[in-house]
Design a protein around this ligand. Structure first.
Ligand SMILES: [Zn+2]
Ligand SMILES: [Zn+2]
Ligand SMILES: [Zn+2]
Ligand SMILES: [Zn+2]
Ligand SMILES: [Zn+2]
Length: 377
């Protein structure tokens, strides 16, 4: 009810103003705004003399009171006072002050100053600068300089300062305390990875190969991996057959002994969940080499790497490491990623019994050079 009444009054004021404005004002001199009240941004207002406003009963568009002898008009609306007029002005979306004159409007919001506008901008997670151009990395916002600068090796986020490891990798202060550098901690995680793998597969593992914590500089190049596959390796299984020949003084061979040496290299400075999944991956290489040599010696690289990723995913699912599992499942490359997905498609997420039978009977050499693509949906 009240709303209807106000609308009616507004339209009557508009009618009066439209009909009278020009001739009326001119007859009584220019409509100079009163100094101190209508200067500056309010200069657009036209001041009316009530005597010329025919509708003496007209009312203020805001408060509804009868218009006094001198009133204000703007945009076809009449106001009894500056205070009522100011109530029609936008307010700064940041500080709430009334905004008038030239000012910034962005996305339908008004801002009294650049400073107030900048307070609405996202800021760089590292330097705190307000960003008119921002970059999102791993769910956080950064300025260009930080987005394009060095990244933490553990969390992949831009890093300021941080710590440079002996092999040149950089880690951020946030990640540093939770990374595995300590040999004792590494040995514990390694033993845990072995236990988890044995339980997940339901079979005893070969004796543990010795574990070595190494830097990136000590991880040898991965032979047999296509150059196009740009995968950051976090560990390596090494296996060598060493033949020792014993001869007598005359050079006659007395004895020949072959010995297999196995070891697992793990990068130092990994987060614990990456360490565990990498250890499971490398331990699976050892299991394949020791127990399923026919497959290990003949299968293409994607089948072996994919299967090691498969067991890592099985263990990580049991550990609740969803991020690592998602990383394995969604790896875009044709060896680790496509390889994993081939095994997962063929045997399901917990299909080690089927895989074991396949490894015992199947022929790794019969697999194609590249992981077969999934059937079209
Ligand atoms: Zn009023
Ligand atoms: Zn403001
Ligand atoms: Zn920055
Ligand atoms: Zn980090
Ligand atoms: Zn591997």
């Amino acid at each position: 009810m009240a709303w209807k009444a106000v609308i009616a009054r507004v339209s009557s004021v508009r009618r009066g103003a439209a009909g009278l404005a020009r001739p009326g004002v001119q007859r009584c001199g220019p409509p100079v705004p009163r100094p101190g009240r209508l200067g500056g941004p309010l200069a657009v207002l036209v001041l009316f003399l009530a005597a010329l406003a025919a509708g003496a009963a007209d009312t203020c568009d805001i408060c509804g009171q009868a218009l006094p002898a001198r009133f204000l008009e703007s945009g076809g609306r009449s106001f009894c006072s500056q205070a009522c007029y100011r109530r029609t002005l936008p307010v700064c979306a940041t500080c709430g002050q009334v905004v008038s004159g030239r000012h910034l409007v962005q996305g339908g919001r008004h801002y009294c100053s650049d400073a107030c506008f900048e307070r609405t901008l996202p800021t760089c997670a590292l330097c705190g600068k307000a960003l008119r151009e921002s970059f999102t990395v791993e769910g956080r916002t950064y300025c260009r300089a930080h987005a394009e600068g060095p990244r933490c090796d553990a969390c992949s986020r831009p890093v300021e300062g941080g710590e440079t490891l002996a092999d040149g990798r950089v880690v951020c202060a946030g990640c540093r305390p939770s990374l595995v550098f300590d040999r004792g901690e590494a040995a514990e995680l390694y033993a845990r990875a072995r236990r988890m793998l044995a339980v997940a597969l339901g079979e005893a593992l070969p004796p543990a190969p010795p574990l070595h914590l190494v830097g990136l500089d000590a991880l040898p190049e991965h032979r047999g991996l296509e150059a196009a596959v740009s995968v950051r390796e976090l560990g390596r299984y090494q296996r060598e057959t060493v033949t020792t020949t014993t001869r007598n003084l005359f050079g006659r061979v007395l004895r020949e002994e072959t010995e297999v040496s196995r070891r697992i290299l793990m990068l130092y400075g990994l987060p614990a969940d990456s360490f565990l999944s990498t250890a499971v991956h490398e331990l699976t290489h050892d299991l394949l080499a020791e127990r399923y040599p026919r497959f290990d010696e003949r299968a293409p690289e994607w089948a072996k790497e994919g299967l090691c990723q498969y067991t890592a995913a099985v263990v990580c699912r049991r550990l609740g490491c969803g991020d690592v599992v998602a990383e394995i499942e969604n790896a875009p490359d044709a060896v680790y990623g496509d390889g994993y997905r081939w095994w997962a498609r063929r045997f399901g997420p917990a299909g080690w019994d089927g895989i074991r039978r396949w490894l015992e009977q199947g022929d790794g050499a019969a697999l194609p050079d590249r992981a077969p693509a999934p059937p079209p949906r």
